[in-house]
Design a protein around this ligand. Structure first.
Ligand code: ADP
Ligand code: MG
Length: 701
C-alpha cells in the first residue's frame, strides 16, 4: 500500500472525536494520508539541556525552581510574573493572559522549562514558554506524551488546531497505518543514497529519535518529491520530443538566428518610430520558429521591466493571425488589460487587425456583440483578464495564448484559457525572473527566451532615499519636474486611513497633494476599490497628460506604461517587498527622459526594511534584485510562485535543494530513457505510483 492510498477517513484513527475531526477537516485534513503528509514546519530539540545563561544562543531547555510570584498592572488587568532559577541564572516568566499559572507553578517546586528568553528591564525574561512538572522518578509513563526530553515536531497550525492535537493524532495514525506503507522510490536509489524506507522516513519526519535520523528522513522525502516531479517533467518532454521528430526548436535556434518576418509583422515594424532591440529580435525569431513548427509552442519570455515584451507578444499574435488563427492576451489586472488593448488598437488596427478588450463586467454593453464576433472569427486578438476564460467565451480558432505577468496566474487559470483552443501556442511573459536552471527543471521542456537589453535611449532611473521628515524636499523636486511638463506617481501602502493613522494612505494624501502641495496641478487617485469606469478614465487622462500626478496603491505596480511620467515617489517604501519596489520603479524611466525614484522611509526601520532599501539603491537589474530577494526571504520564495502553483511540493524546495533536484532529474531521465514503459521489476513501484493517482496535480504547465 502506498501512502497516497491511505484515503480512509481520519475517523478511523483511534481517539479521534467529532470536534477534532471537524477541526482537522477545516484545515483540509480529511484522510489518513493527508494527516501523515502534514509535515512539521520545524523541530525543537528538547532532548538536551540548555541552561538559562545560554538564553542568547538557543531556546532554553532546563529544570527550574520557582522562587516567587509577583503581579504587575497592565491597563486594567493584572499580569503574573514568576521568578525562577536554574543552576546558572535567574529569570522571569511573564504570564500574559495566563493568570492560572499561579496554580501551576508553585513556589519552591521544580519544573521542566522550555522557552525563548530575551534581556529586558534588567532581567532575563520570556513570555513564550512551556513548563511541565518533573516526573517523580520511578513513576513511569503518565500516559500523556511529554513535550520534553525529545525532539518535538512543530506543525503549521490553522484555527482550531493545536500542536498537542496534531502530535497526538499523527502519532496514533503512524502506529495504526505506517507499518505496511511501501516505498515509492526504486530500491537501488534508496541503497545508493542511504535513504530510509518510506515508512521509516514518515515516522522519523514526525518523531525523530535523533537529529541525524531527522536529516535522513528529510532527505528521503525531499528526494522522493523531486524524483516524481522530474519523472513527470521527463515524460512530458519525451512526448514533446517524439512529436517533433527530435527537431528541438531550441537547437535549431542557435544555428539560424535570422528572423523571417511575415508581412504583417514587417508592416508593424515599419510603422514604429524605433527598431527592435537585439533581445527583442531574438525573442521574435524564437517565437516565429516555434509557431511554424507542427507542435504547440511553450515558451517563457523573460525580460526586465520596460524591456518591451508587449511588442514581442503582438508580433507573435500577428503571425498566428496571418495564418488564419486568433490570439488571446491574458493580463492580471483590468488596468493592464485595458492598457494592452489600447496599445493593440493603436498599433494593430491600422494594419487591418481587429483587436478587442473583454472586460470582466458581464453587464457591460457591447459584450454580447463582442462574444459573437469572437465566435465568428471577426476579432483577431482579444485582450482581457480572467474574463477570457469565462464559460460564455467561445473562440473560432484560438491559436496563441499570451499570459502577461505570468507569475500572477495559477496553473488552473492558464489551463482554462488554453482549453479554449485546440492545443494553442503558449507564450508566458514575466519580469520576475526565475533562474533559468530552475525554469528548465520545473517546466522541463519549456523553452526560455530572455531579453537582456533595454531600448537604447533609456537612462537608468536615479534612485534616492529620503527620510519621512525630509519629504518636503522630495515634493519640491517633483514640483520642478511637473513644471518641466513631466508627470509623477505617488504610491502608498494603504487605500484609506487606518484606525491609528500610523501610515499614510492614498485618500488622505490625494487630498493633501491636490490641495496643499501641488495646487497648481491636477492630481487624481487610483486604487482597486474604485469602479472600473473611473479607473479607465483616470488612466486615460493620465496617459494623455491631463492628469499630472497619480496617487495610487501598488495597483500601478504591474505593466503600466506612461513614458512621460518621470517621478515615482513611494512613501513608507520599507513596507513594500523587493519585487514590488522593482516593479514600481519600472513605471518610470520608460522613455528617453531622465527619471527619478524616491523611496521615502519612516524612522522605525527594521533590519530587513533597511536591507531592501539598500538593495534598491544599489541595483537596477531585475535579475540581481530577484536574487537578493531570494536571499532575504529565504529559499522557496521566488516572488509569487508559491501561491500561483508552479508546483505543489510539500517538503522539497527547488532552490534550497537544487543539488538534489539535479540528481533527481538525472535519475528520472536515465530511468525513462532506459525503460520508457517502466516495465522492468526495479521500476515497478514507479509505474504503480504513476498509475494510481498523479503524484502532483500541479506540476508546470
Ligand atoms: P515590459 O517588458 O515591461 O512589458 P513594455 O512592453 O510595456 O515593457 O514596453 C515598455 C515601453 O518601451 C513601451 O512604451 C514600448 O512602446 C517601448 N518599447 C518597446 N520596444 C522598444 C524599442 N525597441 N525601442 C524603444 N522603445 C521600445
Ligand atoms: Mg509588461
Amino acid at each position: 500500500m502506498f501512502l497516497r492510498e491511505l484515503t480512509m477517513s481520519i475517523d478511523h484513527i483511534r481517539g479521534a472525536g467529532p470536534a477534532s475531526i471537524h477541526a482537522l477537516a477545516n484545515a483540509g485534513i480529511t484522510s489518513v494520508a493527508n494527516l501523515l503528509c502534514r509535515y512539521p514546519r520545524d523541530w525543537e530539540d528538547r532532548s538536551k539541556t540548555i541552561p538559562l545563561k545560554d538564553f542568547r544562543l538557543f531556546p532554553v531547555c532546563t529544570i527550574i525552581r520557582v522562587l516567587a510570584h509577583d503581579w504587575f498592572s497592565t491597563g486594567n488587568t493584572k499580569t503574573l510574573k514568576v521568578y525562577v532559577e536554574d543552576d546558572t541564572a535567574q529569570a522571569a516568566l511573564v504570564c500574559f493572559n495566563r493568570s492560572f499559572m499561579d496554580k501551576q507553578l508553585l513556589v519552591g517546586n521544580v519544573y521542566r522549562l522550555w522557552g525563548n528568553f530575551y534581556y529586558k528591564f534588567g532581567e532575563i525574561q520570556a513570555t513564550s514558554f512551556e513548563v511541565e512538572a518533573v516526573p517523580v522518578s520511578g513513576s513511569g509513563n503518565t500516559g500523556k506524551q511529554s513535550v520534553f526530553g525529545r525532539i518535538l515536531p512543530i506543525y503549521p497550525l490553522n484555527t482550531g488546531l493545536s500542536q498537542g492535537m496534531l502530535r497526538k493524532f499523527i502519532h496514533q495514525a503512524l502506529t495504526q497505518y505506517a507499518g505496511p506503507i511501501e516505498n515509492e522510490l526504486p530500491q537501488d536509489i534508496i541503497v545508493r543514497d542511504k535513504l530510509f524506507p518510506k515508512s521509516k522516513a514518515l515516522k522519523a519526519i514526525h518523531f525523530p529519535e535523533s537529529l541525524e535520523e531527522l536529516e535522513i528522513a528529510k532527505q528521503t522525502l525531499i528526494y522522493e518529491e523531486l524524483f516524481y516531479l522530474e519523472v513527470l517533467v521527463g515524460r512530458r518532454s519525451m512526448e514533446r520530443r517524439s512529436a517533433m521528430g527530435n527537431r528541438g526548436p531550441g537547437k535549431e535556434g542557435s544555428e539560424q538566428n535570422l528572423i523571417h518576418l511575415s508581412s504583417l509583422q514587417q508592416r508593424l515594424l515599419d510603422r514604429l518610430p524605433f527598431t527592435l532591440t537585439p533581445g527583442q529580435q531574438e525573442a521574435v525569431a524564437d517565437i516565429n520558429r516555434d509557431i511554424d513548427y507542427p507542435y504547440p509552442m511553450a515558451r517563457l519570455l523573460q525580460g526586465d521591466v520596460g524591456s518591451g515584451k508587449t511588442l514581442v507578444s503582438f508580433l507573435g499574435a500577428l503571425r498566428v493571425i496571418e495564418q488564419g488563427g486568433q490570439a488571446a492576451l491574458l493580463a492580471p489586472t483590468e488596468l493592464l488589460a485595458r492598457q494592452h488593448a489600447e496599445t493593440a488598437a493603436r498599433l494593430l488596427e491600422p494594419l487591418g487587425i481587429r483587436p478587442a478588450f473583454l472586460t470582466g463586467n458581464i453587464r457591460s454593453s457591447g459584450r454580447l456583440g463582442l462574444l459573437k464576433s469572437l465566435g465568428s472569427g471577426e476579432i483577431d486578438l482579444v485582450v482581457g483578464t480572467h474574463a477570457l476564460f469565462s464559460r460564455d467565451v467561445i473562440y473560432k480558432d484560438l491559436r496563441l495564448v499570451v499570459v502577461d505577468e505570468q507569475h500572477r496566474f495559477g496553473v488552473v487559470q492558464r489551463q482554462a484559457v488554453m482549453a479554449k483552443g485546440e492545443d494553442p501556442h503558449l507564450l508566458m511573459m514575466s519580469a520576475t525572473p526565475i533562474p533559468r536552471t530552475l525554469a528548465l527543471t520545473v517546466f522541463g521542456d519549456l523553452e526560455v527566451s530572455v531579453i537582456r537589453d533595454l531600448p537604447p535611449e533609456r537612462k537608468p532611473v536615479r534612485t534616492h532615499l529620503a527620510r519621512e521628515s525630509n519629504e518636503t524636499k522630495v515634493y519640491d523636486f517633483v514640483r520642478n519636474e511637473l513644471a518641466a511638463g513631466r508627470q509623477a506617481y505617488f504610491v502608498y501602502p494603504l487605500i484609506e486611513a487606518d484606525a491609528n493613522r500610523s501610515l499614510k494612505d492614498t485618500e488622505t494624501m490625494a487630498e493633501r497633494l491636490a490641495g496643499v502641495i501641488f495646487p497648481e496641478y491636477t492630481v487624481a487617485l487610483i486604487h482597486s476599490r474604485l469602479d472600473e469606469e473611473d479607473k479607465r478614465k483616470t488612466m486615460e487622462y493620465f496617459r494623455r497628460g491631463n492628469i499630472r500626478v497619480l496617487v495610487a496603491t501598488s495597483v500601478v505596480e504591474v505593466g503600466v506604461d506612461v513614458p512621460n511620467a518621470t517621478c515615482m515617489v513611494i512613501e513608507h517604501a520599507e513596507r513594500f517587498g523587493l519585487s514590488a519596489l522593482h516593479q514600481l520603479r519600472g513605471r518610470v524611466g520608460r522613455g528617453a527622459i531622465q527619471s527619478y525614484c524616491f523611496l521615502v522611509y519612516s524612522e522605525a526601520l527594521t533590519e530587513d526594511g533597511k536591507t531592501r532599501l539598500k538593495v534598491m539603491l544599489e541595483n537596477a537589474d531585475g535579475f540581481v534584485i530577484a536574487e537578493e530577494d531570494l536571499k532575504l526571504r529565504g529559499p522557496g520564495h521566488i516572488a509569487g510562485t508559491e501561491q500561483s502553483g508552479y508546483f505543489t511540493l510539500g517538503i522539497a524546495d527547488p532552490i534550497r535543494d537544487a543539488a538534489r533536484l539535479e540528481q533527481a532529474r538525472a535519475d528520472a531521465f536515465t530511468m525513462l530513457e532506459k525503460d520508457p514503459d517502466l516495465s522492468s521489476p526495479e521500476y515497478q513501484c514507479v509505474a504503480q505510483v504513476l498509475s494510481r493517482t498523479p503524484p502532483f496535480g500541479n506540476v508546470g504547465l
